[in-house]
Design a protein around this ligand. Structure first.
Ligand code: BES
Ligand code: ZN
Ligand code: ZN
Length: 481
């Protein structure tokens, strides 16, 4: 492959220009839709555009004023970005005023994110297409360049991180497996000045990480890895406690011997998207100079069948020493995460542990593709994350974690089963399983992102494929600590 895996096309760049800079060829204006359809206005839906070639203007609808939220500006940005690329527009400029009370920099930040996120494409494996020249959208600063430059820089870093998570998330399992993912993590750590430790299968054996090893046994050519990245925090005190981010990195989930059928196996390359979010988030946090120290721990494995693979009925011993009776080899994510959570708590005195995982199909049944489930042992943490999700429009919804649910996982032969034998409360049972590996004193949250990690269809600022869900949410949470 000619491209390095860090070369993600950027069809649009954004820069700030002075209020008095010469006028550019195309000027973009955001405006709320009028109450009735009116001549000279774009449509009623946010993102509708109206181009006037003679005047050199592109009017962009923000939809009906009462319905506007910050995300409306992302939607508008996504729509403008795609219009500019499709129409190979020359130089374009925008000045974001205090639109309907949303104000700069909030609205501008969201607009810039949308602009850069909406034009992402996964075309790595296509024959060289007529690649368009990247062009620049200039943001005209009304009150000094500094403020706008800061907003543009932050939006660019965030969008690049999300697009990295999308690009890597989209790669199939013959390109990204636990071993090549570890190589990428090493490269990422060098690029962003992070400390990186890889626990390979020998090391995992040595420490007794029997849960992740069991999941990875069937893929003996691409054995599992625990990948650890550390960011020290900008000007952080020596004793500052890190936030530990844990990501499910199943580079492919066939289900193992509890095998998925054709329809359900399709798309299981996206079972690593929790890990991609965590990787991209720590890279962006380092680039932004977040003050909190951060650790990212990724459990990378491939769930395959072979004569080496683990089976239903197996009794395995996790890193924590707890034994697990395997009911379904398809409930593998929680096994991988269990060892990562144990490793996290042994190694670090975390102020919070947050895991992101495409853990259950059940969460998609419950919440669909609009909100991810959040399960937590700590209300404050859960609320902080949910608030971050509202701001970034990566929305969460709480599910309960009552200890009684553990009844469903009681095992006759081991300390617990990895899955219930009934089809009840799958996302909660997944959370309860993980909770067995978390100390009560450690604030912990589990985000079940199975419904949000990938999308079957294009939307305003998110094309079909891996979404990069969670990256902006995590950064927002970390910045607001
Ligand atoms: N990776 C899947 C969950 C998943 C399903 C993600 C659909 C995205 C879309 C996970 O490993 C899995 O197979 N979970 C089982 C759990 C069950 C066996 C308790 C499931 O959801 O059926
Ligand atoms: Zn599975
Ligand atoms: Zn899985």
């Amino acid at each position: 492959m000619a491209n390095s895996y860090f070369d993600i096309p950027e069809p649009i760049r954004i820069k700030a220009i002075e209020a008095g800079a010469p006028k550019l060829q195309l000027s973009i204006t955001l405006q709320a839709a009028p109450e009735k359809a009116a001549l000279g206005y774009p449509g009623k839906s946010a993102g509708d555009v109206l181009f006037n070639g003679a005047a050199g203007t592109l009017l962009v609808s923000l939809g009906e004023a009462p319905k506007m939220i910050t995300d409306t500006f992302r939607v508008a940005g996504g729509s403008v970005g795609r219009w500019l690329v499709q129409n190979a527009a020359p130089s374009a400029e925008i000045s974001v005023n205090n639109v309907n009370g949303f104000g700069i920099p909030n609205a501008l930040a969201a607009f810039c994110e949308g602009l850069l996120l909406g034009v992402f494409k996964f075309e790595r494996h296509k024959k060289a297409s007529n690649s368009i020249e990247p062009f620049t959208v200039s943001v005209r600063a009304q009150n000094g360049l500094d403020g706008v430059e800061t907003v543009v820089r932050r939006a660019t870093i965030l969008a690049r991180a999300v697009n990295l998570a999308r690009d890597w998330g989209h790669e199939p399992a013959n390109v990204i497996n636990p071993v090549t993912l570890a190589e990428r993590a090493v490269a990422l750590s060098e690029r962003y000045g992070l400390k990186c430790t890889i626990l390979d299968e020998k090391k995992l054996e040595e420490i007794g990480a029997g849960a992740i090893l069991s999941v990875g046994k069937g893929s003996h050519q691409t054995p599992p890895r625990i990948i650890v990245l550390e960011y020290a925090g900008k000007n952080a005190a020596a004793d500052a406690q890190p936030v530990v981010l844990v990501g499910k990195g199943l580079t492919f989930d066939s289900g193992g011997y509890s095998m998925k059928d054709t329809a359900n196996m399709q798309g299981m390359k996206y079972d690593k998207c929790g890990a991609m979010a965590v990787l991209a988030a720590i890279a962006a946090a380092a680039e932004l100079g977040v003050s909190t120290p951060i650790v990212a721990i990724i459990g990378a494995a491939e769930n395959m069948v072979s004569s080496y693979a683990y089976r239903p009925d197996d009794l395995i011993t996790s890193l924590a020493g707890k034994t697990i009776e395997i009911i379904s080899t398809d409930a593998e994510g929680r096994l991988v995460l269990a060892d990562c959570l144990t490793y996290a708590q042994r190694k670090y005195s975390a102020r919070a542990v947050i895991d992101l995982a495409t853990l259950t199909g059940g969460v998609v049944v419950a919440l669909g593709r609009l909100r991810a489930g959040i399960l937590s042992n700590n209300t404050a943490l859960s609320e902080q994350l949910a608030a971050a999700g509202e701001r970034t429009h990566e929305r969460l919804w709480p599910l309960p974690l009552d200890e009684e649910y553990f009844q469903l996982l009681k095992s006759d032969d081991g300390d617990m089963k990895n899955s219930a034998t009934v089809r009840e409360a799958h996302p909660i049972v997944g959370g309860i399983f993980l909770r067995q590996f978390v100390e009560d004193t450690v604030p912990w949250a589990h985000l079940d992102i199975a419904g949000l990690a990938d999308t079957p269809k294009d939307s305003a600022y998110c094309p079909r494929g891996a979404t990069g869900f969670g990256v902006r949410l995590l950064i927002d949470y970390l910045e607001n600590l």
